[in-house]
Design a binder for this molecule. Structure first.
Ligand code: CP
Length: 334
């Protein structure tokens, strides 16, 4: 169903395709799996740190019989030039066009993590590193979190929610901005919102003024909600968002219109240090289910009592990254 496809943005997958991969993950988790990727190779390139994505991708691929090479930018590979036609007299020793084509000779898939690196959100949202690899590679590309999206995280989140609630149509998800001392990427909340809309959930997006998600992603979320029977509403009130929700998904993210102006962004953020998920807040939900993509700043973003509560899903959510990744690799590459 998704054989040979890039897993770069959820926009390119239908709800049926998303549900199919989740059903494969359920089955592989319950029944086991063979070694369908024996003799195949995955090249991972990290431009930013990672614990869960790095470990789950590598273990998923190798447990299916494949070989993984893990490359960290600026340590293991040459500085990459992204501009077509550039006169490469600066610090970049290799063009992304060559890196992507050469890795395609060795590997059956390439996985990229590349977060924000420019000052201007209009430039940033073009996701140039990921898109350049996609343009020049001849093998499937997996997005391990980019500026705009973290599709494999969102896919694993949906697996976790399905395990709890079954069909997600009509379930209420509260996606809530929480305080963090640093401006975190937008890819996780973007992916969560797109996934919820595609699966027909009733989504509440809660954030203080100035922390809107990217306008293009919001358009995609609204369109998918309309097409697939979901709803989207916005509030700035945490208690309003949590009340009656089936699950609260906490995330912190930066203000796109202050991107590249860290002092102003920090000042705006500092007005919201009280935005933290507490046990009292979770008591307003239907079931106390709590999601966070991690890493989580304990007692800043969410209290220990929430993260460690029996109804918290965060560790299973992280664990399911492995199970959904096996399913995605098997379906795309086998
Ligand atoms: N959630 C997630 O992607 O974690 P890492 O940044 O540790 O990979």
């Amino acid at each position: 169903m998704i054989q040979g496809r890039d897993v770069v943005t959820l926009d390119t997958f239908t709800p049926d395709e998303i549900r199919y991969a989740i059903s494969r993950a359920h089955a592989m988790k319950a029944e086991g799996f063979g070694m369908p990727l024996q003799g195949r190779a995955l090249a991972m390139v990290f431009f930013n740190p990672s614990l869960r994505t790095r470990a789950s991708f590598a273990i998923a691929f190798s447990s299916l019989g494949g070989t993984v090479i893990d490359l960290t930018a600026e340590r293991d590979i040459w500085n990459l030039e992204l501009r077509d036609g550039a006169v490469m007299a600066g610090v970049a020793e290799e063009h992304v066009k060559d890196a992507a084509r050469v890795l395609s000779e060795y590997a059956d898939a390439i996985a990229i993590r590349s977060l924000a690196r420019h000052d201007d959100w209009a430039m940033e949202r073009r996701d140039l590193v990921l898109v350049s690899f996609q343009k020049h590679s001849s093998v499937p590309i997996f997005n391990m979190e980019s500026v705009l999206e973290h599709p494999c995280q969102a896919w694993g989140d949906a697996l976790t929610l399905e395990e709890e609630f079954g069909d997600l149509r009509g379930r209420k998800l509260a996606l809530t901005w929480v305080y963090s001392p640093t401006a975190r990427p937008l890819a996780v909340p973007h992916g969560a919102a797109i996934m919820a809309a595609k699966l027909g959930m009733n989504l509440t997006i809660c954030h203080p003024e100035g922390y809107d998600l990217d306008h293009g992603v919001l358009d995609l979320v609204q369109r998918n909600a309309r097409e697939h029977g979901g709803t989207v509403r916005f509030t700035s009130d945490l208690a309003d968002a949590a009340t009656g929700a089936h699950a609260v998904y906490a995330a912190s993210w930066g203000a796109t219109n202050l991107h590249g102006r860290p002092d102003e962004e920090r000042l705006l953020r500092s007005r919201h240090t009280d935005r933290r998920i507490t046990a009292d807040l979770m008591a307003k939900t239907q079931s106390g289910r709590f999601l966070h993509a991690m890493p989580v700043r304990r007692n800043v973003e969410a209290d220990d009592a929430v993260v460690d509560a029996p109804s918290s899903l965060v560790i299973r959510q992280a664990g399911n990254r492995l199970h959904i990744q096996r399913a995605l690799f098997a379906e795309v590459l086998a």
